[in-house]
Write a protein that binds this ligand. Structure first.
Ligand code: F0G
Length: 478
């Protein structure tokens, strides 16, 4: 049942090209300090095992398996981390998130064709679980093979990485413990409650995510800790499953699609490119979809880089400003070198297929509110993708008949505070957002506590029902 195939994985440095074995957890190149990616040296053997049709059939047939080690992201085992044994694989129900067609009225109103992939329907309510399932499976393998009796997993986070790390850490348990570093006041109450509930050590630091990231990088350099941010390439491998799932859902025909992905630390968009490139290399798909990274004008270093003329591009971190796409509010994305390397490879297969668009905060919030009024569960980063699609339509980059897949990377409930600010038209000035007051929605009070006290149960029920009927202008039956 479990695949026989085992890969030979190596870390590859994106700076000097150095190669390193996976018997240690490396985050950056020991020689030049650049970020790494993991590469399977045996992948020719995969091609030898069968053609694209063979692999499509393997992945499709696993959809019905009850083997939990192959049930989540590791349905695509051979493409991700084919060094793990089933006993190490952690499965908490991640992956295979639904692709939901945009509500008809909304597609019509916006004159755009789109579907949301609801990655907020992962167990910790964000896409981070894909990467965390892989990182923790590898950690388990390390713990077992090295006989470690103590491991501290640590991460900086805008809220979702910490939620996922704490959840997987708590589930796997001893000898793994988890600690998370958060920018004080820049994580939503729901996100904060997640690592607290999972028993992680939660520490808050003044500043923004970029400040926290520097602290964990320092810790990873000077102390024995397991870094769980997407700087850890095992996270990237797990997140490649998003691309595989999109391809599989569309019957392995992805060329006509336009994918929109919010970009923060740039791990996700790197993983998605890498995933599609692997599928293409193995002949599982015959072409690549078009890919659009989306960034807010308040946190847009990747957009700035790609919007410049190719001859004069210089990467520069930016100082972020307040953003409702708070989970992606990052000025110096750790994975930027990965984006560059993978976008070059992506464009070599399909020129013009990699794009980045920039959107305003107002457009992000309007799109989020509109989507959810139409029955979606878009987080603000999902709204950012919808805003990105509208921007791409405006710029003529996407035609009215092209189908866009929008990555709603987290569940709307994690970001309900921004919805509340919108409904109360109460955004602090720095967000530069004003509410469309016609969209405000608040609970309507029916009867008071005093009335409840003085009325009998029957009288209360009748009074409440009549008040509701009046509110809703209901017509009586008699
Ligand atoms: N959407 C959500 C909901 C996120 O939590 C993040 C990143 C992104 C988009 C951006 O993805 O970083 O891969 O480009 N959140 C990280 C965190 C940084 O700490 O939770 P990315």
């Amino acid at each position: 049942m479990f695949p026989q195939y085992r890969g030979k994985l190596e870390y590859v440095c994106l700076g000097c090209g150095g190669r390193f074995g996976i018997d240690e957890l490396l985050y950056t190149c020991p020689t030049c300090g650049q970020v790494l990616l993991l590469e399977d040296l045996n992948r020719d053997a995969l091609r030898g095992m069968g053609d694209g049709a063979y692999w499509r059939n393997v992945f499709d047939s696993r959809a019905a398996t009850r083997e939990t080690a192959l049930r989540g992201i590791f349905r695509y085992y051979e493409l991700l981390a084919p060094v793990l044994d089933p006993e190490d694989i952690v499965y908490l129900g991640e992956g295979h998130t639904p692709v939901v067609e945009g509500a008809r009225a909304l597609q019509q109103h916006l004159n755009a064709r789109f579907m949301f992939k609801n990655d907020g329907q992962n167990p910790s309510a964000s896409f981070k679980d894909r990467g965390m399932a892989c990182a923790f499976s590898y950690l388990r393998y390390l713990v077992r093979s090295k006989g470690w009796d103590e491991v501290l997993g640590i991460c900086a986070s805008t809220g979702d990485t910490s939620a996922a790390a704490a959840m997987y850490g708590a589930y796997v348990g001893a000898p793994i413990k988890t600690a998370v570093l958060l920018p004080r006041g820049k994580v939503t109450p729901q996100q904060l409650s997640q690592p607290l509930g999972n028993g992680a050590t939660v520490m808050e630091i003044p500043g923004v995510f970029d400040d926290c990231m520097k602290v964990v990088e320092y810790l990873a350099e000077h102390y024995r800790v397991a870094l769980l941010n997407s700087k850890n390439s095992w996270r990237i491998l797990g997140q490649e499953s998003y691309a595989c799932e999109v391809a599989q859902w569309f019957g392995w025909q992805v060329e006509p699609l336009c994918l929109f992905v919010p970009v923060g630390n740039a791990g996700n968009i790197s993983a998605i490119m890498s995933g599609f490139l692997k599928l293409h290399e193995l002949g599982v798909i015959n072409g690549l979809p078009r890919l659009f990274g989306v960034q807010s004008s308040h946190a847009d270093p990747v957009w700035r880089y790609y919007s410049a003329d190719p001859a004069s591009r210089v990467y520069q971190p930016v100082q972020v400003r307040a953003s409702v796409a708070q989970a992606a509010m990052i000025g110096n994305p750790v994975s930027f070198p990965r984006v560059k390397a993978l976008a070059d490879r992506y464009e070599a297969v399909r020129p013009g297929a990699f794009n980045v668009v920039q959107v305003e905060e107002q457009a992000i919030m309007d799109a989020t509110i509109q989507a959810n009024r139409h029955g979606h569960i878009a987080c603000t980063q999902g709204g950012e993708c919808l805003a990105g699609l509208l921007r791409a339509r405006e710029l003529g980059l996407v035609g009215p008949d092209e189908l866009a897949i929008l990555d709603s990377t987290a569940h709307s409930l994690k970001f309900s505070g921004f919805q509340e600010m919108y409904f109360n038209d109460a955004f602090p000035a720095e967000f530069e957002i004003h509410a469309d007051r016609t969209l405000a929605n608040r609970p309507v009070e029916i009867l008071s506590d005093e009335e409840k006290k003085v009325l009998s149960v029957q009288a209360f029920t009748r009074a409440a029902a009549e008040s509701v009927a009046e509110r809703l202008k209901l017509h009586g039956l008699h």
